[in-house]
Design a protein around this ligand. Structure first.
Ligand code: HEC
Length: 397
């Protein structure tokens, strides 16, 4: 019952998180697009630019002010709860998925870091990440966007590597995503909103707003625009075991992040020319290279039975899976954390096992992703036996 309630809590939080995340990032993409596409030849002195657009059957006319209109409009729309609610629902979801069952989901089997310490490090890293990023933005590097980007990337890669020393691959990825998401929401809360409040306050008081604040706000919102793409990949990364489950998972994450930032940069600059168009073919090439480097190791020659050796029988294979997997992967799981088979994957009969042989191979032989947290203490010998049975055709007698 408890497992079932948790599943629905997970469902609700994830649903909300995705919806508010779309609202946040959608608005963010839209305003960056607007900024990039403003017609700046506009005659009106007060205006920085304007734009005409058609959408949903109607024509819109938008104008951006140089700083502020002389009088405040009656209704000014703010965009902040999209960001805050994304962060709040995200941290709650992180807690439900990784912290409530930290021994299994968060911590690598055999790690000296205790689950409680892992949770503390995970949550603490969100704060540390924000302070490191904010310090970088206030350091002399702020005049060197490229160097700032490189420094930030190095910090995040070091974090991903550090986490992968004691966290499961999935948890390490997700924490890097949560750190970046926290940087983004920190930008909204600590930089962009105060700048906007100052602007609006000045207009209402009839004084001149400080132009440095909105400028900084715009810069941070640009940062957010670039940071969004890696975050979105990380949020869906748990579907791709060949990334987080790879022994160089942190490097794969770096590669995918670089690709996404380069592609984003091309789209952000293409109205000024095609200078960065090389980013598109380079991204495709880099994706192909990464797909190649992450190919699961093929069954080694020694995994195949040599003549004279007794082949692994389906009974042996079944016994291994029954002992190490079926507590969770069954129509009626006996594991307390699951009320239904995780991922819909069930191994109740040898036929079901045979049908899933390739997935079993990638999860439990080529990598050690399953059993989850190696909670059932599967040995290397057992993995090898299972691997040999699969490599020799997964025969069911
Ligand atoms: C403690 C519970 C548990 C045990 C034991 C366990 N698994 Fe899993 N398994 C999970 C969970 C949870 C998921 C879903 C992961 C996710 O959310 O994507 C999963 C997913 C899978 C998937 C699907 C992955 C995919 O998305 O393609 C396969 C295949 C799998 N497990 C195989 C195994 C094998 C083989 C064993 C035994 C050697 C095993 N599991 C043992 C909990 C377990």
């Amino acid at each position: 019952m408890e497992a079932h309630l948790l599943e629905w809590l997970n469902l609700t939080l994830r649903w909300v998180h995705v919806i508010v995340g779309i609202a946040w990032i959608g608005a963010s993409f839209y305003f960056v697009w607007l900024e990039n596409n403003l017609d700046r030849q506009v005659k009106n002195e007060e205006l920085a630019g304007e734009l005409w657009a058609i959408h949903g059957g109607g024509i819109y006319h938008l104008q951006k002010y140089n700083l502020a209109p002389k009088t405040m409009p009656k209704h000014l729309h703010w965009f902040k709860w999209e960001a805050y609610s994304s962060w709040i629902s995200g941290v709650l979801l992180l807690s439900v998925v990784y912290y409530l069952n930290a021994a299994t989901y968060l911590i690598l089997p055999g790690s000296p870091v205790s689950p409680a310490a892992g949770v503390a490090i995970g949550l603490g890293s969100l704060l540390v990440g924000w302070y490191v990023y904010d310090l970088l933005c206030k350091s002399p590097l702020r005049h060197q966007p490229l160097l700032l980007g490189v420094a930030l990337m190095l910090f995040l890669v070091a974090t991903a590597w550090g986490f992968s020393q004691f966290m499961t691959g999935r948890a390490a990825y997700l924490h890097v995503g949560a750190i970046i998401g926290t940087m983004m929401v920190g930008n909204v809360f600590f930089i962009i909103m105060p700048a906007q409040r100052n602007l609006v306050g000045a207009i209402e008081a009839g004084t001149t707003p400080d132009p440095a604040l909105p400028k900084n706000g715009l810069l941070r919102s640009r940062h957010n625009n670039y940071l969004t793409l890696p975050v979105i990949f990380i949020m869906v990364s748990s579907h791709y075991p060949s990334t987080y489950g790879h022994e160089w998972g942190w490097a794969i994450l770096l590669g995918l992040s670089l690709i996404s930032v380069a592609v984003r940069h091309y789209f952000n600059t293409r109205h000024n020319g095609q200078q960065f168009v090389w980013a598109l073919p380079a991204a495709v090439l880099a994706l192909l290279v990464m797909a190649y480097v992450t190919v699961p190791k093929a069954p080694q020659a020694s995994a195949k039975s040599t003549p004279g050796e007794v082949p692994v029988s389906s009974d042996q294979a079944y016994a291994i899976v029954a002992a190490h997997c079926a507590a969770c992967h069954s129509a009626t799981p006996s594991h307390a954390a699951f009320s239904t088979a995780p991922g819909g994957v069930m191994f109740d009969t040898i036929e079901e096992i045979k049908r899933a042989k390739d997935r079993i191979y990638s999860q439990s032989v080529a990598s050690h992703i399953m059993p989850l947290g190696n909670s059932t203490e599967m040995t290397q010998d057992e993995r090898d036996l299972l691997g040999r049975w699969i490599a020799n055709g997964a025969n069911v007698k």
